[in-house]
Structures are given as structure tokens and as C-alpha cells.
Write a protein of this length. Structure first.
Length: 255
């Protein structure tokens, strides 16, 4: 029985390394590329965060966002996705709640992040990936990641999610590795999800429905097709037909 979602990624990489793991409008990553990129990000973040520390992510969803999430887990932390369309006051309340001392952005969200007045370190994912040569991490970094992994527990946090609550003040919940793995494996079994499936990623990564999209694909070797704009119905129709989408996971309103 797996005790860490990284086993989902690594098992799929061993079996389907050159198969596309994730695709968005501008990029796609195979399972091998996703794993290597995540390890590189994890090796960098492991020098900046402590085990079970929350890492806020302030950007839109892309394949690189997925590799960042897995990189955060490799570094021993948990991710907290922030919606770049939300008011500054709400974002700052969340940052204060998780006591963040780093914030990860990308080129697109960097200027908007400046308005947050965040006092910690801001890491630009796009700039970080410019240093990445596409290869596996070196032996020193690999050893560092292995030591982190040896200390990991299935009760460690994987992600946190915030709702507005009846008062309008963000209320956060932290979800553990085991809770996600149990749910994902149960859904996979009930609906016979496997490596031949194509999962369409419709939900915001701030929303818990995205969790199955991500880890349902990683756990089976399926392909995740991320959609940035769910309001463009004609685009959705083209993607469903072009990609041969077999799994649609969303609230009824989108359907």
C-alpha cells in the first residue's frame, strides 16, 4: 500500500515513462519529464522549507504547476493553491494563516504578486526552470530527497484548501496523503480508470475536485488535459473530441 503520492508518479513513470502525463494549451510533459522536473524543483525547495511546511502557489494552472506540486511534496512540504483572481485581502489572510515565508509565482502572476506586499521570499517558477537542464537531479540532490522521503508519513499533509465560510473569512482545511490516496484508489476501482484514460482537468486547482484529476491520472498512468478557460464551450468540445476524453469530473453546472 502506498504511503506517499510520489509513489503514484514514480510507478507510472516506470511503466509509462514516455507517455504524456499532462498537457495544457502551451506545453505537455511525459511521465519521465514530469518526474525529473518535479525532483529538480523539490531539490531546490528542500533548501528553503522544513518538512510539513505549507508552500503557497500563486499562478494559473499549467503542466508546470503540476510539477511544482509534486516538487513541493518531494521537498517534504504541502501545497496551497491561491486564486490569482481573488482580492488581495483574502490572499493575505490565507498567507498569514499558513504562516508562509515563501511564495511561488510564475512570469504571468509575478507583477500581480507584488501588490500583495508579501514580506517573505518570492520564487519565480519560470526563472527557476530556466536553470533546469532536463536531466535527473545529481547525486547530492537525490540523497537529500531520499532523506526527506525516509521521514515521510502517510499522515503528512498533502495540500490545504480554503473556503470563504459564512463570515467571509477564509477557513482552511489540511488534507493528508492517506486521505487523498484512499479516495483516489477507491474512485479508480469503482470506475475502472487505467492508463488508457484521458482525464479533462476542468476545475480550478484551488478547488478539491482538481485533486482527483491530478492524482487519478498520476496513479494510473492516464493523461491529464488541463483546461484554462472552462467558459469557452466550443474549445471544450474540440478538446473532448481531439483528445478522446474519457473522464469528465466537474460540478453539474459545467456540464
Amino acid at each position: 500500500m502506498e504511503k506517499n503520492v510520489l509513489e503514484f508518479l514514480e510507478n507510472s513513470q516506470r511503466m509509462y515513462g514516455e507517455k504524456t502525463a499532462c498537457a495544457d494549451m502551451n506545453n505537455e510533459l511525459t511521465y519521465t519529464q514530469l518526474m525529473n522536473q518535479a525532483k529538480f524543483i523539490g531539490s531546490c525547495l528542500s533548501l528553503k522549507i522544513k518538512p510539513t511546511q505549507g508552500v503557497p502557489v500563486y499562478m494559473d494552472k499549467t503542466c508546470n504547476t503540476l510539477s511544482l506540486f509534486m516538487g513541493i511534496v518531494y521537498a517534504g512540504g504541502y501545497y496551497c493553491m491561491l486564486d490569482t483572481t481573488h482580492p488581495v485581502e483574502r490572499i493575505n489572510l490565507i498567507l498569514d494563516t499558513i504562516q508562509a515565508d515563501i511564495l511561488v509565482v510564475d512570469n504571468k502572476s509575478a507583477k500581480k504578486a507584488e501588490k500583495l506586499g508579501f514580506q517573505g521570499e518570492i520564487i519565480n517558477l519560470d526563472e527557476l526552470l530556466e536553470e533546469y537542464d532536463g536531466q535527473a537531479v545529481d547525486s547530492e540532490a537525490q540523497e537529500r530527497l531520499e532523506k526527506i522521503r525516509e521521514q515521510a508519513l502517510d499522515t503528512d499533509p498533502l495540500y490545504s484548501i480554503f473556503t470563504s465560510g459564512s463570515t467571509g473569512v477564509p477557513k482552511g482545511v489540511v488534507i493528508t496523503q492517506s486521505a487523498v490516496m484512499n479516495t483516489v484508489l477507491d474512485i479508480n476501482q469503482k470506475f475502472s480508470i487505467d492508463n488508457t484514460d484521458k482525464i479533462i482537468g476542468l476545475s480550478s486547482m484551488c478547488f478539491d475536485l482538481s485533486v482527483y484529476d491530478i492524482f487519478g491520472s498520476l496513479s494510473t498512468g492516464a493523461k491529464l488535459v488541463e483546461i484554462e478557460d472552462i467558459h469557452d464551450i466550443s474549445y471544450l468540445e474540440r478538446i473532448v473530441e481531439k483528445e478522446g476524453i474519457t473522464v469528465w469530473n466537474s460540478v453539474p453546472a459545467i456540464m
